[in-house]
Design a protein around this ligand. Structure first.
Ligand SMILES: [Zn+2]
Length: 493
């Protein structure tokens, strides 16, 4: 969150980062008064960006009042200003200490003289230490005075609340959709900030004159808007590429992130929309890591992180997860055609333990559901079912390559293979070479996605494995698929 780093500067003034920043940017004033300075670093600009939230939520806990300016600083525990509302009758640089007496109590006479009743009453309620203590900054919206992401969010909500009624009807429908999603809190908050254009993108920092130009540091080509950072930048695309869901990013540059999520929701469904938000979150996370820590994240790892966080969240939220899972699976019980530019390859393996053979099957279909190719192959049985399933995947990919297909969605009902291919699990000894072969071959395509699907969606490929187990040959059928094969395939669709 944007305010966190700034809050640390206040809370830990002696930390290394605080010292470095203070020496450079606010040697002679407080952090809250610090200016961007000449040639500010990216980090400093981002911290200043978050400071506005701090200024809305942080206030002084009064020790001796010697550091706090009466009219300029937050010290009266009364949102939203935390400052006196009385007209200025004392010198502008009067400190709070100067409206206290020598015994560290409020100087009631002085208060009555210079402040309106509303202020005086609020000030007299402020507890003071019996002996003099150092003034400290606290976070007003937390009962322990500690800054937290959640409370920052509440502040941000307050800051933005007046805008709410003006938002159009269709927007409020979209918001409802976002809030109805089952997502970790941090992802929801992130989405909210992204859709509100509150992320400190280069464009936003530039608009606030914190940055010299609004150009994206990820590609050095385009203005870094929220949409660019999360969807269009090549750095973002690298992560999206590894999404196991079938969500496509439309090339509609003027579509904002909220519209995008809404479109995903209405086109592909809630699960996909949740995944899309998780991906936006992971993209932003990787972007910050790159900019602030200079660390390049493996896009595959970022993608896996988004998906595993989501999965863990759903698992933890539903003690009865297996049951819910079943319900979902029943909803998606039929094979679904691939989107626009993709072909779908369904693969499966069947085992014959008596003959120690495995039958592999693959069916390739176009977006209209028409069979482009079907193929079978018999192989010796090696490590076990998963191994054969991986071989089926490899075989399917080989056939697709021979057919010069470019964009594929590869589906199997073997979760282990998909997890290994998408790198969410470490590879096992035996199967790993097949996996690395597949990953090698994947490079020959423009795009290949690996997806796990329930068996009920993989019946075509499954029926082919039965043929393959029984026939010691490999076969590929293209346009002219023999009637008996078609009968097998059509009988299960
Ligand atoms: Zn970019």
């Amino acid at each position: 969150m944007v305010a966190k780093q700034g809050w640390r500067l206040i809370q830990f003034p002696n930390s290394l980062v605080s010292k470095v920043l203070r020496a450079r940017y606010f040697r002679s004033c407080s952090f809250l008064d610090a200016k961007p300075g000449s040639n500010p670093s990216f980090i400093w600009r981002s911290i200043l960006w978050g400071r506005q939230v701090i200024q809305k939520g942080a206030r002084w806990r009064i020790g001796n009042g010697s550091n706090i300016l009466v009219y300029k600083e937050n010290w009266i525990p009364r949102p939203d200003t935390f400052k006196p509302i009385s007209p200025l009758t004392l010198p502008i640089d009067t400190t709070v200490g100067e409206v206290m007496d020598d015994e560290n109590n409020w100087d009631v006479a002085k208060l009555n003289q210079h402040f309106m009743q509303e202020d005086t009453e609020a000030i007299l309620k402020i507890p003071l230490p019996r002996s003099q203590k150092v003034d400290e900054m606290l976070w007003h919206y937390d009962k322990h005075g500690e800054y937290s992401v959640r409370s920052e969010y509440q502040i941000a909500l307050k800051l933005k609340a007046p805008d709410e009624p003006s938002s159009s009807g269709s927007n409020s429908k979209r918001w409802k959709v976002v809030w109805s999603m089952e997502l970790p809190e941090k992802m929801k908050i992130f989405m909210w900030r992204a859709a509100r254009n509150l992320l400190p993108t280069a464009e936003n920092l530039w608009k606030r004159k914190c940055l010299k130009d609004p150009i994206c540091q990820g590609c050095n080509r385009e203005v870094e808007t929220v949409r660019h950072a999360l969807l269009d930048c090549k750095a973002a695309r690298k992560i999206w590429y590894h999404a196991t869901s079938s969500v496509q990013i439309p090339n509609a540059q003027n579509q904002d992130i909220l519209e995008f999520i809404y479109e995903v929701w209405s086109t592909w469904g809630k699960t996909e929309a949740e995944q899309a938000i998780a991906f936006c979150w992971a993209v932003w996370f990787a972007r910050n890591k790159r900019i602030f820590e200079g660390k390049k994240s493996d896009p595959r790892a970022s993608a896996a992180k988004a998906e595993s966080l989501l999965e863990a969240y759903h698992r933890a939220r539903k003690p009865d997860a297996s049951h819910i899972h079943n319900v979902k699976r029943i909803v998606q019980k039929k094979w679904e055609p691939p989107p626009g530019n993709f072909l779908k390859v369904n693969v499966d393996a069947g085992i014959n333990n008596r003959d120690q053979v495995a039958g592999l099957g693959a069916v390739i279909k176009d977006p209209s559901g028409k069979i482009v190719a079907a193929d079978t192959k018999q192989v010796p049985l090696r490590e076990g079912v998963s191994f054969a399933e991986a071989e089926a995947m490899e075989w399917g990919l080989q056939v697709a390559k021979e057919l010069s297909l470019s964009a594929l969605i590869m589906e199997t009902d073997c979760k282990e293979v998909v997890d290994l291919l998408n790198n969410t699990k470490g590879s096992r000894i035996g199967i790993s070479w097949v996996i690395s072969d597949i990953q090698e071959q994947r490079r020959d395509f423009k795009e290949v996605k690996f997806r796990h699907i329930p068996r009920t969606c993989n019946t075509c490929a499954h029926s082919l494995t039965k043929l393959a187990v029984g026939a010691n040959t490999s076969a590929v059928w293209l346009d002219h698929i023999p009637t008996e094969i078609l009968n097998v395939l059509n009988s299960v669709v």
